[in-house]
Design a protein around this ligand. Structure first.
Ligand SMILES: Cc1cc2nc3c(=O)[nH]c(=O)nc-3n(C[C@H](O)[C@H](O)[C@H](O)COP(=O)(O)OP(=O)(O)OC[C@H]3O[C@@H](n4cnc5c(N)ncnc54)[C@H](O)[C@@H]3O)c2cc1C
Length: 269
């Protein structure tokens, strides 16, 4: 009864200005503290709200180095029931295709699922590929940029409200399905220390290596990654000036702003 929900969470460097190794074209993550990708906390919140309404279980999955256990503990602190980390050297250097392949294999092994929820995108790579690719590997329907989900237990279907630029689309889809949640849709709930402690005390996190999964190692990690970073150009950073004009009258404020933009050469006089 209820919904078996799987949420993908990524353990990302706590910054949007990750450096890139100019030789290999891969991200340099060493020495930067990590967090759960903020948009994934929105996805976790959506999953927990669905569990609150309809019952069931929420499983968080991640493909990452072992340090990402801290991320799974964090979402268990929010109320997620268990975490599964896919971690193995052969998964390293993966592009989005190889990442989504391993995540799809993890989901296949979990087996019993109704709904897979992903975040909008990550703050370190921001491709927004993974949701669509996981759906494609698993041959499931996929809805992107969802704001609301309602579940019909009798029909085993969901109604998904999806945000467009100036409209909403409403879809009805049969489960199982993959849905990515629009960013900033929900404020993630706070963690409860007692929940977080349960993660360790009750062994709620499992680590799966390539040996635990029915995996073709040629499709994982660097070997399974057809994307090649052929060149990198760095964009020079322009320092900000941070000028504040305290004017309550909007006309005077607009005039001041226009004058400033003309002085900076950003607007023709
Ligand atoms: C050529 C190439 C080489 C790369 N090499 C490396 C490397 O050496 N090391 C490295 O760390 N990265 C590497 N990357 C980046 C790596 O491919 C991405 O981090 C990964 O595929 C996820 O893509 P994304 O961050 O754009 O996720 P998006 O598609 O933007 O994420 C959408 C959603 O999918 C889910 N999701 C994304 N990633 C994960 C995950 N890992 N686990 C669970 N859920 C997830 C989340 O819910 C997220 O909100 C490389 C990329 C390329 C193109």
């Amino acid at each position: 009864m209820g919904l078996e929900i799987i949420v993908g969470i990524k353990w990302v460097p706590n910054t949007t200005s990750v450096n890139i190794d100019p030789k290999t074209g891969t991200l340099i993550r060493e020495g930067i503290p990590s967090v759960v990708n903020p948009h994934d906390l929105t996805a976790v919140e959506m999953a927990l709200r669905l569990k609150d309404r309809y019952g069931g279980r929420v499983t968080a999955i991640s493909m990452a180095p072992p340090s990402a256990i801290a991320g799974l503990e964090h979402v268990i602190g929010m109320g997620v029931d268990r975490g599964i980390l896919a971690s193995d050297r052969v998964f390293a250097g993966a592009d989005t295709l190889a990442t989504s392949y391993v995540l799809a294999k993890v989901i296949e092994k979990i087996g019993d699922y109704d709904l897979i929820i992903m975040g909008h995108e990550t703050i370190d790579s921001s491709t927004a590929h993974i949701g669509a690719q996981v759906a494609s590997w698993l041959k499931l329907p996929y809805i992107y940029y969802a704001k609301e989900i309602d579940y019909n237990e009798k029909e085993k279907s969901i109604m998904v409200k999806r945000i467009l630029e100036n409209a909403f689309e409403i879809y009805k889809i049969k489960l199982p399905a993959v849905v990515s949640i629009a960013m900033h849709t929900y404020e993630p709930r706070r963690i409860k220390i007692s929940n977080k402690l349960r993660a360790k005390m009750e062994n709620l996190i499992q680590v799966w290596t390539s040996k635990d999964l029915d995996i073709d190692v040629n499709c994982a990690g660097l070997r399974g990654s057809p994307t090649v970073v052929s060149a990198i150009d760095f964009v020079p950073k322009v320092p900000r000036k941070n000028e504040i004009f305290n004017e309550k009258d909007p006309r005077k404020a607009a005039k001041w702003l226009i004058q400033k933009l003309i002085e900076e050469g950003l607007l023709d006089p």
